[in-house]
Design a protein around this ligand. Structure first.
Ligand SMILES: Nc1ncnc2c1ncn2[C@@H]1O[C@H](COP(=O)(O)OP(=O)(O)O)[C@@H](O)[C@H]1O
Ligand SMILES: [Mg+2]
Length: 263
């Protein structure tokens, strides 16, 4: 679905993404892992149109999408989840979902004057859709809560839910597990697997939690120092000498910390 060819993103003289090439197959849940500073988030930002690349090419289903802005990619079904913006915290969870689809009839003055019935119909449909999404994610009980008052993990589920309000083809998730407790992380994992199997979503997932990656992702792509180092199953990349070296080189402190934490 997505092909990235020799992508570069430089910040001044610093090569955050340094000639990365990779493929995300249609229907996969592809993991993207690598030590901190490997360039994973920057790569996502370039693919999703938030940052222009310095050079290189991104195609989606054969079409060149390099450097297209996020709203254009959104219409093509390429979505990157975002934290719920602070200013939407006072809206309910349901309202946060209902806001997502673009070109709502209520947006134009013409429609405000001449299309009251159409607006009402559309709102009803949106509301039904939002409720269906909340049910799918097993968080119907949060529908009327203010977005600012739900937990961090619940927010991640709502962010995922926002991608379900439109016809997403591929969804990019950056560290869905950060600061989320184990139970909610499992719920998020279940939702991703169901969206993949039942609705045909393709996913690309950055995550540090290797249990989460192992449960969801095949294949896994490993990045280090702006480049793609390896691609394979979790077991394959875990035993890859270059991968071990990259984690040891840049991530020794983290690894030691991790092992101390997990025994
Ligand atoms: N806007 C920016 N300006 C300068 N350097 C940046 C910017 N964004 C990221 N970087 C640098 O690029 C490198 C890769 O960052 P990032 O893509 O966030 O890595 P990862 O997500 O793999 O941890 C880091 O060293 C980071 O400091
Ligand atoms: Mg990152």
């Amino acid at each position: 679905m997505i092909v990235v060819e020799n992508l570069h993103r430089h910040f001044g003289g610093f090569h955050a993404v340094d000639g990365a090439s990779l493929t995300i197959e249609t229907g996969s849940i592809t993991g993207l892992i690598g030590p901190n500073g490997a360039g994973k988030t920057t790569l996502f930002n370039v693919i999703a149109g938030r940052l222009p690349p310095t050079s290189g090419r991104v195609t989606m289903a054969g079409e060149d999408i390099t450097g297209l802005p996020p709203h254009v990619l959104f219409h093509k079904g390429l979505l990157r989840t975002f934290q719920i913006a602070h200013e939407f915290g006072s809206m309910t969870v349901r309202e946060n979902l209902m806001m997502v689809p673009p070109h709502q009839a209520g947006e134009t003055l013409w429609n405000t004057w001449f299309g009251r019935k159409r607006i009402a119909d559309e709102e009803r449909a949106l509301r039904a859709k939002a409720d269906e999404v909340l049910e799918f994610l097993t968080i119907s009980h949060l529908a009327d809560q203010k977005a600012s008052q739900i937990s961090g993990g619940q927010k991640k589920l709502v962010e995922l839910g926002r991608t379900m309000m439109v016809d997403a083809k591929i969804v990019f998730l950056d560290e869905v597990g950060a600061g989320v407790n184990r139970t909610l992380l499992n719920t998020i994992g279940d939702a991703i697997i169901r969206l993949n199997r039942e609705r045909g979503y393709t996913f690309c997932v950055i995550e540090h939690d290797m249990d989460f990656i192992a449960r969801l992702c095949d294949p896994v792509i490993v990045m280090a120092e702006g480049k793609v180092l390896a691609k394979g199953t979790v077991d394959e990349v875990k035993n890859d000498e270059r991968v071990i070296e990259a984690y040891l080189g840049t991530g020794l402190k983290n690894k030691v910390k991790d092992e101390a934490a997990h025994g």
